[in-house]
Write a protein that binds this ligand. Sequence first.
Ligand code: SF4
Ligand code: SF4
Length: 423
Amino acid sequence: MERLEKMKKQIYRCIHCGACRFAYSGEPDKEGIGEHEGTLYEGIVVGCPAGNLHEWEGFYNSGKMWMARAVLEEDLIPDEDMRDIIFQCTTCGSCEAQCENKISTVDVIEALRAALVERGVPLGEKTARLSATVKEMNNPYVEPHAERTSWFKGEKNLDVKTAYFVGCTASYRIKNVAEATERLFRKLGEPLAILEDEVCCGSPLFRTGQMEQATRVMNQNIETFSKFDTVVFSCAGCYRTIKVDYPKLTGKELPFKPVHTLEFVADLMKQGKLKVEKEFKKIVTWHDPCHLTRHVASDLERRRLEESNNWFLDSRAIKKEKEAWYDLPRYVLSQIPGVEFREMYRIKENTWCCGAGGGVKTQYPELAMDSVFERIKEAEATGAEALVTSCPFCWLNFRDGIRDSGSKLELYELIELLDTLID
Ligand code: SF4
Ligand code: SF4
C-alpha cells in the first residue's frame, strides 16, 4: 500500500472528467476510424484499449482512479474481480497523455496493482507463472538462460564503450531483430558488446506490481552494464523500464546512457554519418510504440514540470521538446529513398496501442488481439503496403494480428529494414 499511499495527492486530484477516455486526431478528415464524423467532436475517438473492448467505466482510467481512491479509503476490498479489471490495461499511457490535471495515471495503475499483490489477491494464473519463470530462468519465455545469446555467433563481451541490451523478445523469439541490429551497428563502425549476463529487464514485473523480482533483475542488469558508457535498446519496454523505472526505484542516475536504436540511427543520419542509398519503393506507415514514444515524452514532461517555476511559459518549450522526440522516426523514414510516408489517424501522443504491453498479451489475449486488430484497420485505411515500428514486442503482436486478420500489410522493424538497405 506504500506506493499507493505515496500517490494519494495525485489520486485525489482526479476530477473524474473522463477526458482520459479519448484520443484526438490532429487531422479529422483523414481516412481512418473517426467515430464522430460530421459532428462537433469529429477527430475524437476512444483512446483506451481496455475501455474500448469492455465499454464500461471501470476499464477506463477514470474508473480505475475511483477504485484507487476506494481502496485507500477501505471502501473497496481488493479481490479477483477487481484484479481482472485493473490488470486489463496495457499501461499504454494514452490516459496520462490526455489528462490536463497532469496525473501520472500509469504510476497510479501500477501502484494499485502492487497494492493488490500486497493484499494477497492471487495474480492471474499466467501472470503468476511469468513471475516464477523470470525468477527461475531470468526470462518470461521459459527458455534456458544459456540460450539467451545463441543467436549470436561472433565474439561476445567486446572491449567497446557501447553495449546492446537485447531484451528477452529479441533474444528468444524475434531473433531477426537482434541479428539485424548487431549486424547494422557493425556495418556502421559501431560494434556492440553482447553480454551473456543480461537478464530480463523486469518490465512485465514492474507493470504487474511484482516488485521483489523486479528489484532483483534491476540490480543484476545495473551491475552487468555499469562498465559501459552507452547501452542501446531494441525493445520499447526494456528501454522505458531501464530509463524511467530503474532510476525511480533506486533514486539514483543510471551508470550508463540509455539510447534506443531509433535515436542512435537518427543521430547518425543528422550528423551525415549514415546515408541510405538503396530505394524502398513502398507506401509506408509508422506505429509509435507506446513505451518508446509516448511514455518517454510523458516522463520528459513530468520531469521538466517538476523543475519548472512557471508552468505556463515552460509548457511551450516542453511541447516543442516532445514534438522533436515524436518526429524522430518520421525523420528516419524520410531519409529512405522511395518511401511514400502516410500517417495513421491516431499518432504520437494520441497513438493507439498495439495491445501487447502491461502483461496483457500473456494474461488477457482477447484484449491484446482486439487492440492490434483496431490498429491494423487504421494502418490499412492509409493505403499503406508496409507497417514499420521499432519494438520487437509490438512487432510480435502485429505479426499475430496480421496473420489472424488476414491483412496484406507487410511488417518491418525499423532497424531490420535499414539493415536490408545498407551494405
Ligand atoms: S485522470 Fe485526469 S483526465 Fe482522467 S478523469 Fe481524472 S482528471 Fe480527468
Ligand atoms: S494505460 Fe491505456 S489501457 Fe490502461 S487505462 Fe490508460 S488508456 Fe486504458
